[in-house]
Ligand binder design. Structure first.
Ligand SMILES: C[S@@+](CC[C@H](N)C(=O)[O-])C[C@H]1O[C@@H](n2cnc3c(N)ncnc32)[C@H](O)[C@@H]1O
Length: 266
């Protein structure tokens, strides 16, 4: 089993990736599998309130960036920046840990599926708080709940990696300070954002290597170990074992997993 948690050095990779995942290697097809899910986007929009000037950190291909507002995006990976649609802001090449903006430059800020990758979480959160007058909204997962997902029966190293990478919500709340609200985020059955739990009722999706590439945790486990995991899942799908255990999920309209929206108001 090969599990790596953080890069050995703080150097950025060839494509500029500044977190623990190398988007130069795994990021090319990201936007095809990681589209913003409208139900989740609505929760983020509500958290941002009436803010006009919004900062999106670790913005990737632009998922969840509200339209019709003044959005500034920060994204260190060139391959992720290249996947941003033409009608949204060009992302600035910078990192969470050192935001190139003045104090209180934004009405609100957001970051989605990114904090677990930062090299210095506390520094990044302090920077978001520094440059933001109003709410800071963070879409992330509760590490205490990640391994409860059925995928752990097949790919335990992948979910153990996720559980290790996601920072505790309490820690983020403490660093950000102010009034903190943590909202559970239900995942709809047809969720169009392909993170692991999005496939709770569509297990065949994991058989597609492109879907796995769009979830960085798989890239920390060796190809051989992942092949064994996927083969076991494929066999259980073929034999009906998966359906005997979890088949009710195929028609469950939504799933309460580990996804959380943390909103810190000053
Ligand atoms: C899973 S992607 C999420 C992208 C997008 N926010 C979304 O929801 O689809 C994680 C993103 O965080 C970025 N990232 C990693 N480390 C970072 C850091 N230290 N500062 C800013 N962004 C970082 C990665 O380059 C990547 O684009």
């Amino acid at each position: 089993m090969t599990v790596e948690t953080k890069p050995a050095t703080s150097a950025r990779r060839a494509d500029g990736s500044a977190g623990d995942a190398d988007y130069g290697r795994i990021g090319q097809g990201y936007a095809s599998f990681r589209q913003p899910e409208p139900a989740i986007a609505a929760l983020i929009e509500a958290a941002l309130g009436p803010a006009r000037a919004i900062l999106n950190v670790g913005a990737g291909a632009g998922s969840y960036e509200p339209r019709g507002r003044d959005v500034t995006a920060v994204e260190p990976s060139a391959s992720m920046r290249a996947q941003r649609p033409a009608d949204i802001a060009v992302a600035i090449d910078a990192t969470a840990e050192k935001l190139p903006f003045g104090d209180g430059a934004f009405d609100a800020s957001m970051t989605t599926f990114s904090v677990h990758q930062w090299q210095d979480l506390d520094a990044g959160l302090r920077e978001m708080r520094r440059v933001t007058r109003g709410p800071v909204a963070i879409l992330s997962c509760d590490p205490a709940l990640v391994e409860a997902f059925w995928l752990s029966d097949y790919a335990p190293q992948v979910l153990a990696t996720e559980a290790r990478r996601y920072p505790s919500l309490d820690r983020m709340a403490t660093v950000l300070g102010g009034e903190v609200e943590i909202v559970p985020v239900p995942i709809p059955l047809a969720c169009v954002d392909g993170f692991n739990e999005a496939y709770y009722g569509r297990p065949e999706s994991f058989l597609d290597p492109r879907a796995r590439s769009a979830c960085s945790a798989w890239s920390f486990v060796s190809d051989d170990d992942n092949a064994v995991s996927i083969e076991r899942l494929r066999q259980d799908l073929e034999s009906g074992v998966w359906d005997a255990r979890h088949g009710a999920l195929r028609s469950r309209p939504s799933f309460d997993g580990s996804l959380r929206l943390l909103i810190a108001r000053p």
